[in-house]
Design a protein around this ligand. Structure first.
Ligand code: NAD
Ligand code: TYD
Length: 369
């Protein structure tokens, strides 16, 4: 079943699970805008992180809307998944609980979606692929969106795809488990599947629980910015349209059974990211508070991108351009992020930051200042 025969036709029907979230919605918007023949169905549970407004541009464009449909449902529900996979040529699975801090507070949903949900998708892909191959048609291609966090904290150097997995949070452990299930279905059942491991992603429509959108929106409101520990943790920042484009490239050109790192364009410590967004906003460093660190906080992630580069993919967005676009988008879209910071947000914020901010101190100046 695996191999070149299943690489996709331009008018392939793609099932995008988790397509109402941050990266999934960017993928849907980009693919429908870029490829005339593309047809997409989104399956999304619409958790607190899923938002149909992220796809409003698609639904407002009659030509794109005609090639798009939206189904509310859970990837862990075989009855929702089976019929949708049966009418698709490919499945791209973005669906996950995605915030490390929430996985420390309440891990169950991470396991249900990241392990059971991935298994339900793989079973549906296996069954449908077997029927198609028996009829002389290509298998359904599956792409699992994973993360650099499965490597754990990387003291120095850059992770390559063959490195040992060492997940250290409930979030990254669930993501690693999902990947291992994918591999088991490739090896045991010959399912046609690829995996991407993306680095920290940022951009428009990013839920304000994550570092960059939380700090941008808090700073707009002159609220404190809770920086964990010394703020010298390092991430490799990837602009969302580059991440979405890389996923589409691997879906079309990746070899079944292979995993591809998707690095960003800027390896930076948190303090420098924070300084950059404050500068763009014209807000002072005095908003930053040093708060007690995240338990088990991974100090550094860094990816080697040679394998993806050899497949022909290059990022297009520098960190300076991406951050400027992001900050400007949040300034121009207050209604979007104020809605995301409503409902259960205050209870979450108090639980996550209440005691931390009470124990906080003014952050020292930036290291190089
Ligand atoms: P997100 O939290 O913004 O979106 C997740 C989406 O999945 C939401 O629309 C949510 O409603 C949906 N969802 C959750 N559980 C579901 C279920 N059981 N069934 C159907 N839909 C469900 O996440 P994101 O930041 O867009 O991340 C997307 C994927 O990319 C995730 O798999 C994540 O692990 C991975 N990833 C994220 C980053 C990052 O920096 N954000 C980096 C690397 C990899
Ligand atoms: P985050 O956006 O949660 O992504 P991840 O944990 O998946 O890397 O966090 C990015 C970095 O920012 C990470 O080192 C934790 C840090 N951070 C803070 O210092 N304060 C915060 O309030 C948050 C949400 C993150």
């Amino acid at each position: 079943m695996a191999g070149d025969s299943s690489r996709l036709a331009p008018d392939a029907r793609i099932l995008v699970t988790g397509g109402a979230g941050f990266i999934g919605s960017a993928y849907v918007r980009d693919v429908l805008a870029r490829r005339d023949g593309a047809r997409i169905t989104v399956l999304d549970k619409l958790t607190y992180a899923g938002n149909r407004a992220n796809l409003a541009a698609v639904e407002a464009d009659p030509e794109q809307a005609a090639r798009f449909s939206f189904v509310i449902g859970d990837i862990a529900d075989p009855e929702a998944v089976g019929p949708l996979v049966a009418e698709s040529d490919a499945v791209v699975n973005f669906a996950a609980e995605s915030h490390v801090d929430r996985s420390i507070l309440e891990p169950e949903a991470f396991l249900r979606t990241g392990v059971i949900g991935v298994h339900v998708l793989l079973e549906a892909v296996r069954i449908e692929s077997a029927a198609r191959v028996a009829a002389g048609r290509p298998a359904v291609r599956y792409l699992q969106v994973s993360t650099d966090e499965v490597y754990g904290s990387v003291a120095d150097g850059h992770s390559v795809e063959s490195d040992r997995l060492d997940p250290r949070s409930p979030y990254s452990a669930a993501k690693a488990a999902g990947e291992l299930l994918v591999n088991s279905y490739v090896v045991t059942h010959g399912v046609d599947a690829v995996v991407t491991r993306g680095s920290n992603t940022y951009g428009p429509f990013h839920h304000p629980e994550k570092l960059i959108p939380l700090f941008v929106t808090n700073a707009i409101d002159d609220q404190p910015l809770p920086m964990y520990g010394d703020g010298l943790q390092q991430r490799d920042w990837l602009f969302v349209s580059d991440h979405a484009g890389a996923i589409d490239h691997v879906l079309r050109h990746g070899t079944s059974g292979e995993t591809y790192n998707v690095p960003g364009s800027a390896e930076m410590v948190n303090r420098d990211v924070i300084a950059g967004l404050l500068e763009r906003l014209g807000k002072p460093w005095t908003l930053v508070r040093t708060v007690p660190d995240r338990p088990g906080h991974d100090r550094r992630y860094a990816l080697d991108g040679s394998k993806l580069a050899a497949l022909g993919w290059r990022n297009r967005t520098s960190f300076d351009d991406g951050l400027a676009t992001t900050v400007d988008w949040f300034r121009a879209n207050e209604a979007w992020w104020r809605a995301a910071k409503s409902g259960d947000w205050d209870a979450y914020y108090e639980r996550q930051y209440g005691a931390r901010l009470a124990a906080s101190s003014a952050a020292s100046t930036r290291p190089e200042a």
